[in-house]
Design a protein around this ligand. Structure first.
Ligand code: MTE
Length: 317
């Protein structure tokens, strides 16, 4: 992954939206400010998320994190989405290249309910919740993001994985006849692929997200539907998912295929295990000047450490 110069991180304090202001902004939007705000919103997934739009706006905040949120601007303009380009500003600039009009998700493999699903078939509107998660990128920067989504477990239960299903694999959209701008280059072996062990996928913290800041997911953040696993490095959060496959074997993942010594299957945030080319001990929160210490499992250890009991996390990086 490309490392940006430090300068791009030196955003002013004013660009961080404190949580209290955001919560007030939600009230403002409910009172009719949405039209005014829409003027500066980036490309949003229109068609695929239309049936969920109101439910996304109304989703209750169930998991609050008492840290300042990053601004909507930061979250939608500083992105990694290699299908839309490799620089941090490419995904927002190329966001319109992603068309979510005819979106479907194909479900395959070790389950009783394979098939082709629309987003709203898999994401139950009344289960949508807003969760404010700390996100840590392997490139040693972090953000705090208010996602809206459903627990991945609620989706997977509908699909009825069978007893052979030990892992779940995901794929991002890729049409070789009509590639997204970044897919014209062999930067990764397309399509982008990711996977989780079944117990990680079923963990209550693992979210399938369809929105942020109470809005349908912007294209550059992975519209219409993307994974969010807050105790793992950001690259596990695969965007714009078109395929879910239940497998008995550990699936291949894009970054592991591209650089196996640098990116492992587990990719848990771990300040004690450095990336071969840089330290993971500290991070820069986008919008802040000083570095902070990176927390084991990104601070979610109480909830997830038991998943890895007895495993050597240096070997299983
Ligand atoms: N998903 C796809 N399909 N393509 C990508 O290039 N980048 C990953 C992840 N998901 C990526 C992806 C990486 S490296 C990170 S850090 C996060 O998306 C960034 O998510 P964000 O842009 O919403 O912050």
């Amino acid at each position: 992954m490309l490392i940006k110069s430090r300068k791009s991180w030196h955003l002013g304090e004013g660009e961080v939206t404190p949580e209290s202001l955001y919560l007030r902004r939600r009230d403002f939007m409910k009172l009719g400010g949405a039209a005014a705000m829409a003027a500066y919103l980036p490309a949003m997934a229109k068609a695929a998320l239309e049936p969920l739009r109101d439910a996304i706006a109304a989703a209750p905040t169930t998991r609050n994190l008492h840290e300042d949120l990053n601004s909507f601007e930061d979250i939608t303009s500083y992105n990694n989405y290699y299908e839309l380009g490799t620089s941090k500003s490419d995904p927002s600039r190329n966001a319109d290249a992603l068309n979510t009009d005819l979106w479907s998700i194909s479900v395959e493999g070790e389950c009783d309910n394979p098939g082709t699903y629309a987003v709203e078939d898999l994401v139950q509107a009344d289960l949508l919740e807003e969760r404010i998660y700390r996100m840590r990128c392997v490139e040693a920067w972090s953000m705090v993001i208010p996602w809206t989504g459903v627990p991945l477990s609620s989706m997977l239960e509908k699909l009825k994985p069978n007893s052979n299903a030990k892992y779940v694999a995901f794929e991002t959209i890729y049409n070789p006849d009509n590639p997204l701008p970044g897919q014209r280059f062999p930067v990764l072996d397309w399509p982008y692929r990711e996977g989780l062990r079944m117990d990680e996928a079923m963990h209550p913290l693992t979210l399938m997200a369809v929105g942020l800041y109470g809005k349908p997911m912007p294209n550059q953040n992975g519209a219409p539907i993307r994974l969010v696993v807050p105790w793992k490095y950001g690259f596990k959060g695969i965007k714009s998912i078109v395929k879910i496959r239940f497998t008995s074997e550990q699936p291949q993942t894009s970054w592991n295929l591209s650089a196996p010594h640098e990116y492992g299957f587990y990719s848990n945030v771990n300040p004690n295990v450095n990336h071969p080319r840089w330290s993971q001990a500290t991070e820069r929160r986008i919008g802040e000047f000083f570095r902070r210490d990176t927390l084991m499992f990104n601070g979610y250890g109480d909830e997830v450490a038991h998943l890895y009991e007895g495993m050597d996390l240096r070997e299983n990086y």
